[in-house]
Design a protein around this ligand. Structure first.
Ligand SMILES: C[S@@+](CC[C@H](N)C(=O)[O-])C[C@H]1O[C@@H](n2cnc3c(N)ncnc32)[C@H](O)[C@@H]1O
Length: 313
């Protein structure tokens, strides 16, 4: 059996976290947590400079004014905004309240992603580890791909759990394409698409080097930078595991069209965000694929709340 690294462990710590930013990014940190998670055991509330938010609550968590920071019992404060200049200003402001810099975290840093999404990551990664061991034990052939890599925080686990397989990583590394977004506007909530995806700054804070730095066995990695599915043209390979995590209808549909036929029997495509209400294009892509190809895919949840797995029979 292939040996997967023992490094992976659940770091579900009990630190109390305060979120600076009551706008979308701050709330999104909570959105990544499954419904049954007890928020109050980790998050203690929000802080925002906007006076109209003070006293409000979201998922039971209160919004405080910055001046109340010293009275709140917390271990870390996460700056939850993607705009570089605003992040810097908030950082200075928090420091000016006497909070030590070790307690100030940026939402894009890995430890915050790990903290915020801890429970969902825990289930998602536990399933992946188990599946990788199963693939090896059952001698299922094929390589591995991820479409939608962003900062490589899932890719590093793919590399770790499938150490002897080639790993293809597809991403523009510059965020979503205008043509995909245009299609999405006719499917999802126009405002959500415009806010969450149109801001190039949110998803272009990555590059190939940043991703590769997180991966130990780089020689197995093949980065396919650019617009998918164009970057897949000419790729003649077969797969045991594919992660489709590109959020929108068009690339998810294209991913199914490209990969489903290339899966070995017993192999699995995991489609993230199947259950994410704000991303209806993902589920629609699967349904349309089934309809257009007159096929009933063998689907099952993997227990992380968001994803659906498709088993190639
Ligand atoms: C949600 S992120 C992926 C997150 C990553 N899988 C993780 O778990 O950390 C979605 C990514 O899909 C990429 N993406 C979306 N549509 C794409 C397309 N048509 N071609 C290439 N990349 C695309 C975006 O650039 C973005 O980085």
């Amino acid at each position: 059996m292939e040996k997967t690294s023992e490094k992976f462990e659940f770091n579900f710590d009990k630190k109390k976290v305060l979120i600076w930013g009551f706008a979308e990014q701050g709330k999104n940190l909570l959105m990544q947590i499954p419904n049954d998670f007890d928020f109050s055991s980790k998050y203690v509330g929000f802080v925002d400079s906007n006076v109209s938010f003070w006293g409000k609550t979201y998922m039971g968590l209160p919004v405080y004014s910055p001046l109340q920071i010293k009275e709140i019992d917390f271990d870390y404060i996460v700056i939850a905004t993607v705009k570089e200049n605003i992040r810097r200003e908030i950082y200075q402001q928090i420091v000016s309240y006497g909070i030590s810099v070790e307690r100030i975290l940026d939402m894009r840093r890995e430890e915050v992603l790990g903290t915020a999404a801890n429970t969902t990551y825990l289930y998602r990664h536990a399933w992946l580890k188990g599946f990788a061991e199963y693939v090896s034990m059952e001698n299922i052939q094929g390589n591995v791909a991820e479409c939608g890599v962003f900062r490589g925080d899932y890719s590093k686990f793919l590399s770790e759990f499938f150490p002897n397989r080639k790993l293809y990583l597809f991403d523009t590394f510059e965020g979503f394409s205008d043509s995909d977004l245009e299609v999405e506007r006719n499917i999802g909530d126009d405002r959500f698409v415009n806010n969450a995806f149109n801001d190039k700054e949110i998803f272009n804070c990555t590059n190939e080097e940043l991703v590769l730095n997180k991966i130990n066995n780089k020689e197995m990695v093949n980065i396919k930078k650019g617009f998918f599915p164009e970057t897949a043209i000419g790729l003649d390979d077969k797969f045991c595991f594919v992660h489709l995590d590109m959020d929108l209808y068009q690339p998810i549909y294209a991913g199914l069209e490209f990969f489903y036929e290339k899966m070995y029997g017993g192999g699995v495509i995991v489609v993230h965000d199947y259950n994410t209400g704000s991303l209806p294009g993902v589920r629609k892509a699967i349904k349309d694929y089934e309809k257009n190809y007159k096929i009933k895919l063998a689907k099952f949840p993997i227990g992380d709340y968001y994803s659906i797995a498709i088993l190639k029979i």
